[in-house]
Design a protein around this ligand. Structure first.
Ligand code: DGT
Length: 253
């Protein structure tokens, strides 16, 4: 509720020289993270969204002198046993890279509480996706050990620079996410089955609701989680619109 919302925005980031707070939006595939993130950004000039680098995963340039472009997202969905480990190294690296970027100057100058909003995090990379691929047998024991080893090293070395103030969990049924996934029709996702979304849903629940996931980072366990009903249609639901006009009058109706 609003209590936890206020709590994670008012607590200190632990760095006196650096007021920018970081919030990650988590949730199943196609639940509506980007739509929600854009709403946050348009509601408040102090909030900046850093999108998930999906387009980078779809366009990897390799080879010379002729450059070929490969679509790792597609390769991962087509042949998960061959490509999941490679995918997770690249998705996690690109998440680290974008989240380590310094915030833009306008945020640093802002007088309010500047917030950077991430679509997913280095933590969902490990505790949702990589773990799920391991449990499905698409990442083998050796790959999983190697992934966890370098993931922990990077978090220990750089974690303080990407510390989260809070997590927003957009929660919806796997069926609802499937409906939206079909609606948006991203070609790589054609073969995604409801069962896969159900498994990802359970991983989210274990980490963010039941708190029963085996998390290796003490700080992460204490990050407050704001749970929001992701089944609402944020752009058209009358109740959401009413809330927006009452509390966020700066937004276009
Ligand atoms: P949204 O805004 O909630 O509709 O979601 P998008 O489109 O911004 O992002 P989402 O959740 O659909 O993720 C993009 C695609 O990448 C989707 O097919 C799931 C996949 N994906 C994202 N992160 C990972 C990951 O760490 N591992 C694997 N295997 N797949 C991932």
């Amino acid at each position: 509720g609003s209590g936890s919302h206020a709590r994670f925005l008012s607590s200190s980031s632990g760095r006196s020289d650096f007021r920018v707070k970081r919030v990650s939006i988590e949730g199943n595939i196609a639940v509506g993270k980007s739509t929600f993130a854009k709403l946050l950004q348009s509601a408040c000039s102090d909030w900046e969204v850093v999108a998930e680098p999906v387009s980078k995963w779809q366009n990897i340039k390799s080879g010379s002198p002729q450059t070929t472009v490969s679509n790792l997202l597609q390769m991962m969905y087509k042949e998960p046993e061959r490509w999941s480990y490679t995918f997770q190294t690249f998705s996690c690296m690109s998440r680290f890279r974008t989240q380590l970027q310094p915030p833009p100057a306008h945020l640093l100058k802002s007088e309010g509480t500047p917030v950077q909003v991430y679509e997913r995090s280095i933590y969902s990379d490990r505790y949702i996706f990589a773990l799920n691929m391991f449990e499905l047998g698409c990442i083998n024991d050796t790959e999983w050990a190697v992934y966890q080893d370098w993931h922990s090293l990077l978090v220990e070395q750089f974690g303080h620079q990407v510390e989260l103030e809070g997590i927003i969990y957009l929660r919806a049924s796997p069926e609802k996410c499937m409906e939206r996934l079909k609606l948006r029709g991203r070609s790589e996702e054609k073969e995604v089955e409801l069962d896969y979304l159900k498994k990802l849903h359970i991983q989210h629940e274990k980490w963010l609701v039941e708190k029963s996931a085996e998390i290796h980072f003490e700080k992460l366990k204490n990050v407050p989680v704001l749970q929001l009903d992701g089944s609402a249609e944020f752009l058209t639901d009358p109740k959401v619109r009413q809330f927006r006009s009452d509390f966020l009058p700066s937004l276009p109706a």
